[in-house]
Design a protein around this ligand. Structure first.
Ligand SMILES: NC(=O)c1ccc[n+]([C@@H]2O[C@H](COP(=O)([O-])OP(=O)(O)OC[C@H]3O[C@@H](n4cnc5c(N)ncnc54)[C@H](OP(=O)(O)O)[C@@H]3O)[C@@H](O)[C@H]2O)c1
Length: 332
């Protein structure tokens, strides 16, 4: 089978399309024929070796974090699915493997695809959709009447976060450039701050909470949230809770994250807001909830580009340039 394999950490030339043997599902896994796979910034961060402190993959490794496809075989003990079922998943973080014609995925991480979506649309949902849901619902408790700031609303995660926050009842202000303004407004943003000409520091301190998807100028984000409010980021610096709660890791990683987030935590403390860096987790159960919202028409799926798998280098280059509006996927 064709697979996109990381051979050494580094630049774009370190990952190559390669012919490999088709894998066999282990106990509790499904073998999925991948029809489309989604790209995310974490893919190029992994390639660059930026996440080595968290997951050190034995190389060579098949890359890729999310996919949509058809079940072709059930491993021993795997149940709940049949051959031919259309499924999608955010695959296990410690194994990856979505950028290949076939992938083995634990049944607990898989869910039936939304009926209303194509494979290409479905492949763009799991990682960004789960991130948005886990941050808004579980961390920020987004609810009716909450005044919420979402930075970077036009990207892969933002395009799920805006309609989800609206559905939960929040009033949403987002930052976007004129390139993304029409999109974020279409998704339901109540107010758009043009980050290319305006700064959050020019605005009153008026948000109840913030979801940060950009990671820069965090002092301005902290300063825009009312005292006692929460700021959750998926793009700035991990902090001790990230290691303890999200990654279930010991004091060593907690200490490292304590150190690298020191400045940010001090800024948050000075602004009298709380700061949390969230690492999303894969979950088939939560994907089923997203499927329901998508099929009900509550959660639209925005695909910026769908590129043939054989041109995955181009998909990486486009995403890595940082201008994607919605999701970038590769089709098989
Ligand atoms: N911790 C986790 O579990 C987790 C999960 C998912 C994602 N993430 C991280 O979250 C971040 C966002 O992910 P993504 O998939 O949404 O990325 P993305 O799709 O690559 O985001 C691209 C978008 O960001 C916008 N943008 C760039 N700079 C901006 C700025 N200063 N202010 C406002 N918008 C800006 C761009 O808009 P313009 O073209 O208009 O400039 C573009 O539309 C990444 O760092 C990713 O690694 C973390």
């Amino acid at each position: 089978m064709r697979a996109f394999v990381l051979n050494r950490y580094g630049g774009p030339d370190r990952a190559r399309l390669t012919d490999l043997r088709r894998p066999s599902p282990k106990r509790g896994q499904l073998l999925i024929q991948v029809r489309a796979a989604g790209l995310n910034p974490v893919d190029y961060k992994i390639r660059q070796g930026m996440l080595r402190a968290i997951n050190r993959y034995p190389l060579p490794a098949i890359m890729g974090n999310e996919l949509a496809g058809e079940v072709v075989q059930l491993g021993a003990g795997a149940s709940g699915y049949s051959k031919g079922d259309r499924v999608y998943a955010r695959v296990a973080k410690e194994r990856l493997g979505a950028f290949a014609e076939f992938a083995c995925v634990e049944t607990a991480l898989v869910a039936p695809m939304p009926h209303s979506l194509s494979f290409e649309q479905a492949a763009g949902v799991p990682l960004a959709g789960l991130t948005a849901m886990q941050c808004l619902r579980d961390e920020l408790g987004a609810a009716e009447g909450m005044k919420l700031l979402i930075t970077g609303g036009a990207g892969g995660v933002g395009c799920f976060a805006i309609p989800l926050a609206k559905w939960l009842g929040a009033t949403v202000t987002t930052t976007a450039s004129p390139r993304g303004e029409a999109l974020v407004r279409e998704l339901g943003a109540d107010e758009v701050i043009d980050y290319t000409t305006d700064s959050l520091t020019n605005h009153q301190r008026r948000f109840d909470a913030a979801l940060d998807l950009v990671g820069s100028d965090m002092e301005a984000v902290f300063g825009s949230v009312a005292k006692g409010g929460k700021v959750v980021s998926v793009a700035a610096m991990p902090e001790p809770q990230t290691a303890r709660v999200d990654l279930e890791r010991d004091w060593k990683l907690q200490s490292l994250f304590w150190l690298i987030s020191y400045r940010l935590r001090a800024q948050a403390k000075a602004a009298e807001v709380s700061y949390r860096y969230k690492f999303m987790h894969p979950s088939g159960e939560e994907l089923r909830e997203l499927s329901q919202l998508i099929d009900a028409g509550t959660l639209p799926v925005k695909i910026d580009r769908s590129i043939p798998f054989e041109q995955i280098d181009q998909a990486f280059a486009y995403l890595e340039a940082g201008r994607a509006k919605g999701k970038v996927v590769v089709k098989f």
